[in-house]
Design a binder for this molecule. Sequence first.
Ligand code: SAM
Length: 283
Amino acid sequence: MTDEQERVQPSGVWATAVGVARVRALETEREDALFHDPLARAFAAAGGLWPSSPQLPDDEAARRRRLAVSFSVVIRTKFLDDLLQQACAAGVRQIVLLGAGMDSRAFRMDWPEGTRLFEVDTAAPLDFKASVLRREEAVARCERITVPVDLREDWPAALAAAGHDPSVPTAWIAEGLLIYLPEDAVELLLARIGAQSAPGSRMGLTLGSRGVIERFTTDAAPGSAASLWVSEMPDDPVHWLAGHGWDASCHTIRERAAAYGRPITTPPQREEGPGGLISALRR
Ligand SMILES: C[S@@+](CC[C@H](N)C(=O)[O-])C[C@H]1O[C@@H](n2cnc3c(N)ncnc32)[C@H](O)[C@@H]1O
C-alpha cells in the first residue's frame, strides 16, 4: 500500500490541525508573509483542503468569522515563532509542542545546536503527519521526537519516557489547543506543565478570548472547528497563571497584528478585554 492509500483521513478534533495548515499555506504564498511554512500546503492537500476547501456555509457572517479565525491563526503563529526564538536566545534547548498537529516548526525554523523538540498529540494526526513528511522527504532542523499520547492521559510519563528532562528549562507551546479542552482539563494541563518546568522555562499559550464561544459557536457548522470550542480564557489570565507559578504577559490579536504591520482596520465590536496570546516565564 502507498502512503496515500494508507493515510488515515482527518476527523474530529485533529481535523482542525489540517485546517490550520491550510491557513499557513495561504499565508506562505503572500509577498509580505509573516512566516514561511513550506510543508503546510502538503498537509492541507493530503487532508483534502488544497487547492480548495469543501463548500462551506457562504453567508456573510460565516465568511467573516472564517476570515477572523484565519487571521488569528496567522498572528498567533508569528507570536509563538518569536517566543520560541527568544527562548532559544535565552538558552532554552528543550521545546514541547502540546497538541502539535501539523506544526512544522521543527522543519522550518532555525534551531541552535543541541535543540530537542517534542511533538505531543494523539497517534492519528502524528501518523498522518509522518506519512506526509515521508513523501515530502522533509528533514528536521533539530532533534525531533514525536510522543503519541492523549493529553487527557498521563502524558508527562510518556514525555519523560521519550526523553524530556524536567530538570532543565523547557519552552512549552499550546497553540490552538486549550479552547478544545474543558476547564478542568485546562487546569490539570497547566498543573502538569508546571510540575515539569524548571525555573527559566517559557510558555506560549493561545486562549479563546472572552465571548468568543457565544459569538462563534451559536450557528457554527456541525463539525467545524468552532463547533468544538468549549473553553475561554479566565477574566484575569495574568493572575490565573501567577497562581500556576508563571509570570505572564497577555496580548491581543489586534495589538500584535498592528505590531506586525497587519493592523485590523475595523473598530472592535465590543470593548476588548485581555487578549488570547500569552507569553509566560517560570519563576
Ligand atoms: C487546532 S489544532 C492546532 C495544532 C497545532 N498546535 C497548530 O497550531 O498548528 C489542535 C490540535 O490539538 C490536538 N488535541 C486536541 N485534544 C487533544 C488531546 N486530548 N490530546 C492530544 N492532542 C489533542 C489535536 O489533535 C490537534 O492536532
